[in-house]
Ligand binder design. Sequence first.
Ligand code: HEM
Length: 505
Amino acid sequence: MFSKFRHTGEVATQDELLFTTPFGYMFPDAAHSASHLLPESPETLTALRQLGDAMASDVIAAPNDSDIPAMFTYLGQFIDHDLTARTDRESATSTLGRGEPVTPRDPDEVVAHLRNGRRPQFDLDSVFGDGPSLAQGSETESDTLYTPDFHLHVFNPTATRRDVPRGPSRGAVIADGRNDENPNISALHCAFLLLYNKIYDAQVAGTPACKHIRARQLTRWAYQYVVVQDYLPTVCDQAIVIDTLVNGPRYYGNTAGHGQNFMPLEFSTAAFRFGHTMIRPEYRLQTTEPTISVMDLLGPSRPDVNGDPIGTFFDTTDAVPHQLRDSAILDFTLFAGTGPNVQMARKIDSNIARGLGMLPLGDRQGDPILGHLAKSNLIRGYSLSVPTGQACCEAMGVKPMSRKDMADGESADVAAVLTDTALGQRTPLWYYILREAGAQAGGNHLGELGSRIVCETIVGSLKTDPNSYLNANDLAVTPLGINVGGAVISTLTELLNHAGVGPVA
Ligand code: HEM
């Protein structure tokens, strides 16, 4: 079933795929030019491993907080799961694990064989799946997500106890299993289930199927509006957000002359993985609970010997032992808004939390590359022939950082890799974008190249989609936000409050 979708395991294609759409390169000329790629050699692989180790050494003593509330990290992960999937599937096209040699793949082979398991649109296919079936007698894979009256199933017996629906094995029954990888993302997924149900209940006219279509549309538009007006200005350079919205994307989407929509590998394999540095090493889920390390937070999706999730977030004596226990239900006031106790995301820079070098995720655990988030990002980019940071700068007319710019102020271990290896001149895109954010924006948002690639992809996707709010002529789309019936939503805080998981100040 499609909720098996995870970062782990080699699930058979037919088991996990609802959609297949193309990957491509935003800069295909660079991907086909050896001098615009990392040098193909065993030394490059060694240098990438060294860089990964140095990035995950967590030598910074201070908390390394940014100005960004922590829920934006998980809104980012939620967006990722709505748009893109399967660059990390171990396959002939992309092999990192199990000690096999890693060599860069021919870009044409990558585009021909690697398939995205998501539609690259902000359509919440990760929430709605391909359902429900609207014609009498027909079936969809996603029917199990819905009640007979077109609500999405959610576990919400009291105002504060809420969770994504789970089966007896505790695994979430949702359209993308990755949205149950940690309690922070599953709480946000749950908020979207509640939001849709509330918008559905506000519909007064039409058959249940018509109400569903309208409520789904309004939920999508509210989410899209929040992405454009709140998320992008928070994580990107605001001038670049405005430029891309006003003048249109120049390298991606219809306005850039691409006929077919595709997911750019520069985004999914590098630029949008910037969110990995925002992950804190620990979180407090509730005011009265102790902090929990990120390693333990990833526990619920850790499979036991039967492949079922285990973890510390369930209580076998509970009346409903397969749903999260009370103390694991996330208090959103600790993650979003401007309240005094909000935890902040870590800075967007080249230093990632130490636990992420030892991912406790299923069969990744213990693997020297797949079990290490920095190394898997760096080496995935190498194996999928993603152009270097400098090559992307050249393609977008952005002045690249010099080797010295990058090394100055870096930890001694990272600086040594930049100085002593070829990576200082042909720099992996993921690292480049993080270093740029640290150097240009103090880690509080992406720098020039990172902002451009992220804005191009997100705004390009929305402008290309005839059903997005940017292309809608509808009274619900107002200059102040999306009128979902009973509320106008323009920010993440408003979205959460309308879903009923607040009040977030
Ligand atoms: C605790 C939080 C997170 C964990 C444990 C996690 C883990 C992972 C792992 C293991 C991969 C596959 C790596 C590979 O082998 O290539 C991955 C891919 C990815 N991650 Fe994360 N991630 C987290 C949060 C985020 C956030 C916050 C963002 C963005 C804001 C993000 C964006 C991505 C993207 C774009 C991909 C590629 C998806 C695809 O296959 O197309 N992740 N993540």
